[in-house]
Design a protein around this ligand. Structure first.
Ligand SMILES: [Zn+2]
Length: 246
C-alpha cells in the first residue's frame, strides 16, 4: 500500500520557538527545515530542556555540559538561529509535570511564537523502535504548556514586568513522528542541515557508531519524506492545531 502523500506545512508565520529535550535533537530531524525558514527571514529560537550532559559515556556530566552547550550553539548558528536557551533540567530523567510545564510556559510567554516546534513524543518512532523517556516527557509538556502560556491564571506569578499571557501559538509541530501528516521541502537547505548535525562532533564521536556519516544518515530520512511530498528531500512533521475549531 502506498503511504498517504504529505501536505505542505504553512509558511505564513513569523516566529517559531523550538523546544526539545537535548542538544542534537533538532539536528536529527529538523535543522534543514529551520535553515529554510530562517532563510525566508523568519525568526527562530531554540530552547533545550536539558544540556544533554548524560549523553557521552566517556565524559562526566559536569564536563560534558559545557561541551554540549557549545556544540548546540554552534549548530544553531549554522541554520540561522542565534538564541539558544538551556533550562537546566537533568538529562535522562526529565519528568512530565507541573515544574516542566511552568518552565516551558515561561519561555513561550517570553518569546511569543506563532509556531512551536518539538520532537516526536509518541511511544515509538514507528514499529517497535521505542522512543526515549525525555522526549516523551518534553513533548507532552510542550503541548500543555503552550495552552498554559495563554491562561492568565496558570503560573500567574510569572506575569510581572514585561511577561504577559501569550495565546498566539497556532500549532505545535513535532518532527520525527510516526504520525506525520505534513512536510516541508528541504532540498535547497539539506546541506546546512548536515553541517548543523556535524557541529555535534564530540557527541557523535562519543556515540561510538562506527563510520557514522551525517549526510548518509539524514539523506535516507529526507528522501523518504520527499517521496511523500513530491520533492527530492523533505522533513515530515505531525501537526497539533492549538486553536479551537481548526
Ligand atoms: Zn534526544
Amino acid at each position: 500500500m502506498e503511504p498517504e502523500p504529505f501536505k505542505a506545512l504553512p509558511e505564513d508565520w513569523e516566529r517559531a520557538l523550538a523546544i526539545v529535550a537535548h542538544p542534537d535533537d533538532m539536528e536529527f530531524g529538523a535543522a534543514a527545515a529551520v535553515a529554510r525558514w530562517t532563510g525566508q527571514g523568519k525568526s527562530i529560537a531554540y530552547c533545550m530542556v536539558s544540556s544533554g550532559e548524560a549523553g557521552i559515556d566517556g565524559m562526566p556530566p559536569d564536563e560534558c555540559r559545557a561541551v554540549r552547550e557549545a556544540e548546540q550553539i554552534a549548530s544553531a548558528n549554522v541554520v540561522g538561529v542565534y538564541q539558544v536557551d538551556f533550562l537546566g533540567f537533568q538529562d535522562g530523567i526529565i519528568e512530565y509535570g507541573v515544574p516542566l510545564r511552568r518552565a516551558i510556559a515561561q519561555v513561550v510567554r517570553g518569546y511569543r511564537p506563532d509556531i512551536v516546534i518539538t520532537g516526536n513524543f509518541r511511544d515509538t518512532w514507528g514499529g517497535t523502535n521505542l522512543n526515549q523517556a525525555d522526549h516523551i516527557a518534553v513533548g507532552r509538556a510542550v503541548v500543555d504548556a503552550v495552552r498554559d502560556a495563554g491562561n492568565r491564571w496558570i503560573f500567574n506569578e510569572q506575569l510581572t514586568g514585561d511577561l504577559q499571557p501569550w495565546g498566539g501559538v497556532k500549532a505545535v509541530w513535532a518532527f520525527g513522528s510516526p504520525g506525520a501528516t505534513h512536510a516541508v521541502d528541504i532540498t535547497d537547505t539539506f546541506d546546512a542541515g548536515v553541517e548543523s548535525l556535524r557541529a555535534h562532533a564530540a557527541y557523535i564521536e562519543g556515540l561510538g557508531w562506527e563510520n557514522f556519516d551525517a549526510r548518509e544518515f539524514l539523506e535516507g530520512f529526507a528522501r523518504q519524506g520527499g517521496q511523500r511530498l513530491g520533492v527530492p528531500f523533505a522533513a515530515p512533521f505531525e501537526v497539533f492545531p492549538m486553536g479551537w475549531g481548526e
